[in-house]
Ligand binder design. Sequence first.
Ligand code: NAD
Ligand code: MG
Length: 384
Amino acid sequence: MRKKVILLGATGSIGSSTLRVLREHRDRLQLVGVAAQSSHRELAAICQEFDVGHAVLHCEKAYLRAKQANEFPASTELSAGAEALEALATLPEADILLVAVVGAAGLRPTLAAIEAGKDIALANKELLVLGGAHVIEAARRKGVRLLPTDSEHNAIFQCLQGHPPEQLDKLILTASGGQFRDTPVSEMANVTPEMATQHPNWSMGPKITVDSATMANKGLELIEAHWLFGLEPNRLEVVIHPQSVVHSFVQFIDGSILAQLSPPDMTFAIQHCLLYPDRAPGVEPTTDFRKAFSLDFKAPDFVKYPCLQLAYDALRTGGAAPAIFNAANEIAVERFLAKEIAYLDIPRLIEHSLEQVTAPATPSLDQLLQTDAETRAVARAHSF
Ligand code: NAD
Ligand code: MG
């Protein structure tokens, strides 16, 4: 029996790495549903190649264009919009949903899939930062697996296998330090979108590449780790590791530390989640110790990376603060890429939003979504 997979965000960076895994393991995995925001031609080509039965374009205009040009195979049922995305995530025949859309848009379809009893492979971190409490509670209640696909969390998940939670001391997330790791703080004011969307180790979508530069990505991942593994911020650490080969560490109470290693390529984590608990040969060759290389580690500089400090603070504050951090960061990155604000305005806009937006201490899901919308409005309206 092949495992039946739905892939949200099929045309993105994680999406294309997932397709490489699916190509390699056609005997074990079958793609039954795909979604994208607006890249209709790319999505149609995926449906053609993998004979996919169901496809959704979030953008209505893109859907109409695809229909007019008759781009999709006759055997693919194509629909559009947010509701169609939720329906796709609950396809009765599917076993597992891989969430590789970017941003908070992944939350509703993920919750719908959990309610429908699907296992979830989670690449998207923003949805956990926004609605972590609700996602974790729903997954527990429904008894579905939440498989961490973000490389750091996948590493931690692998290292934790067979170890009871009371033996765990802390988690240490590795971070590349981004493209400006060796740039002096004094030169950071001149960073352009062109510079911030190039990453030395990983090939990723534009939003997460900027997040890597500011380390807002590691901030989001701290919050993600809090929800996935149930640890408080004082037991979550970050270390800069420029080579991105050690994907994270788990430290036990006796001082032993375990790590997971593989090259900086997302197919390793994606395949681990899709085949879990099974394993099979990987898509790419792994780290080769017969070749000389070194692994370096150093503590992060919170002055250089204020977004990391803001994320720690938001996690400590709790309630809706992580949701505000996430929404403000999404808008800040969008405005930076549109050249409306400067690179150093990204943390300033997050800080401003955290000060301006107030929310209840234990927000319901609706209140979180309201806070998310309010934060976006505040962050869009603010000028420096
Ligand atoms: P990307 O921008 O390359 O791709 C995003 C995909 O989502 C595209 O297919 C796009 O069409 C689709 N999409 C966006 N909004 C949508 C919507 N509302 N409805 C349906 N589809 C929508 O992004 P990416 O780099 O692949 O990242 C995806 C997620 O995975 C992000 O949350 C990111 O933080 C996380 N992640 C990425 C990497 C990586 O290596 N790229 C690593 C770890 C985690
Ligand atoms: Mg990561």
